[in-house]
Design a protein around this ligand. Structure first.
Ligand code: FES
Length: 142
């Protein structure tokens, strides 16, 4: 073709080789891990289950909703988003009342949302929560 040089074989091969690598980089950094959906906490009240599922002085992790609920000795409830404040990974592990982020190891207190271990520096976002007819309802508007 006159006026426009055709790409050399080396240029074409370089482009092909870099494309998947760039795609992997984006997927590895995206919070959902698959690059399709970002994790989110409830945008409306959700029924998480029976209050009795959370022991007094303990906590329960609701992975499907990215919420942790703790129950104080007096029976009062607290709820926090389990989207890590460091780089927005969904936290998927609860040991006792300690939440552990799988991405970089931040730890949070499920009873207060406070950071127990860096790299996160900001506490988890608190969510409204209440007990309704023995059920835990959490999220905005609860
Ligand atoms: S995203 Fe949780 S520690 Fe980095």
């Amino acid at each position: 073709m006159p006026g426009r040089p055709s790409p050399s074989r080396r240029t074409v091969l370089r482009g092909v080789a870099l494309t998947p690598v760039a795609g992997l980089g984006v997927a590895a950094c995206s919070p959902g891990g698959n690059g399709v959906t970002a994790p989110a906490t409830p945008t409306a009240p959700v029924d998480l289950g029976a209050v009795s599922e959370v022991a007094e002085g303990g906590a329960a992790l609701y992975r499907d909703h990215n919420v942790v609920v703790s129950r104080a000795e007096d029976g009062s409830l607290k709820a926090y988003s389990t989207i890590c404040t460091h780089a927005q990974c969904p936290i998927n592990k609860l040991e006792g009342t300690t939440l552990i982020c799988p991405c970089h190891g931040s730890r949070f207190d499920a009873r207060t949302g406070e950071v127990l271990h860096a790299p996160a520096t900001q506490p988890l976002s608190e969510l409204p929560v209440e007990a309704e007819n023995g059920r835990i309802v959490a999220g905005p508007g609860a």
